[in-house]
Design a protein around this ligand. Structure first.
Ligand SMILES: Nc1ncnc2c1ncn2[C@@H]1O[C@H](COP(=O)(O)OP(=O)(O)OP(=O)(O)O)[C@@H](O)[C@H]1O
Ligand SMILES: [Mg+2]
Length: 287
């Protein structure tokens, strides 16, 4: 009998993460796999003693990239691959990949690294970015979820305040796609196939995330949207992906690709349990 671990981050107190792990573990059990939900710190990364008894595979729902890397190095198949998790975990890094693959996305400039004790405020760099993008624009931190680190910058004062406060942090400047204000599409893909999609919209915020007050409904994707979602997942190498699409003037644009997309909301909205598709995909792939 096959066995698996479903790993999530135990330092996060919100039940969302444990719930997501349970959804995947239940899907594994339904498919006849013995499943164990584990918090990341419940797997001791003891490099000398090793891992002990190994599961047949791991579904990794966390961003503890070191743990994912170590599990893979110990010979366990890890989904998504740790490198994919790492690419997607940093929005700047994933935009480099998406752009290199020619994926349509909002115009993006990656901010240079600035050491926290220093500043490039006097160099004219930020003035150049401001003149180039104009306002409003988006500033987005490399690491952030649920829309928490995505900012709509509407004044010069807010712009300079924000870039100063982000010294030492990875972030990007991005064109604000006004035609998509408060609206996006979440597409869950598994192994090069679209499994579920929902349209999210908010009347109160420029971000469509449900956590920010957005509401969601099922959506029939256009061919363009389907193609772009699959291309984006492929570009970052994600076997499982939650791709966010924006409504551009001339067609869909990729907002971001999530490697460990939450699946509860899309389940509630569409009745589709993405976890079943994930487990089915893994079982087909494994020897
Ligand atoms: N360039 C943009 N133009 C218009 N709206 C944007 C843009 N970038 C992001 N948004 C809006 O902000 C929301 C959050 O942005 P994004 O998906 O990049 O980060 P996140 O939601 O924090 O990440 P996660 O999906 O991992 O929680 C998007 O769903 C979208 O509604
Ligand atoms: Mg998002």
């Amino acid at each position: 009998m096959k066995s698996c671990w479903v790993i999530y981050n135990g330092s996060l107190i919100s039940d969302k993460f444990a719930d997501q792990a349970r959804l995947v573990a239940e899907a594994a059990e339904r498919a006849g796999v013995r499943a164990e939900v584990r918090k990341n710190y419940e797997v001791m990364m003891d490099l000398q003693r090793g891992i002990g008894s190994k599961p047949s595979f791991v579904v990794f729902l966390d961003k503890d990239i070191l743990l994912a890397t170590w599990l893979k190095a110990s010979g366990i198949p890890v989904f998504n691959d740790p490198e994919v998790i790492e690419t997607c975990d940093n929005k700047a890094k994933q935009y480099i990949r998406l752009a290199a693959e020619g994926i349509p996305m909002p115009r993006t400039v990656i901010a240079p690294k600035v050491y926290p004790a220093f500043s490039i405020a006097e160099t004219g760099y930020f003035e150049r970015v401001l003149a180039d993008f104009g306002l409003p624009m988006i500033i987005k931190e490399g690491h952030g979820s649920f829309g928490a680190k995505v900012y709509l910058i509407e004044t010069e004062e807010a712009f300079f305040e924000k870039v100063e406060s982000l010294r030492g942090v990875d972030f990007v400047f991005q064109e604000f796609i006004a035609s998509s204000r408060g609206r996006d599409i979440r597409v869950n893909t598994v192994g090069g196939r679209i499994v579920a999609a929902m349209y999210r919209h908010s009347e109160t915020d420029f971000r469509a995330n449900i956590t920010n007050g957005g509401v969601a409904e099922p959506i029939e994707l256009t061919e363009n949207q389907q193609h772009l979602a699959l291309e984006a997942a492929r570009a970052v190498g994600a076997e499982f992906a939650g791709v966010d699409l924006l409504f551009g003037q001339d067609g869909p644009l990729v907002c971001e690709v999530n490697a460990a997309a939450h699946i509860r909301n899309i389940y509630n909205v569409t009745g589709i349990n993405v976890a079943d598709a994930m487990i089915e995909y893994i079982l087909e792939k494994l020897p």
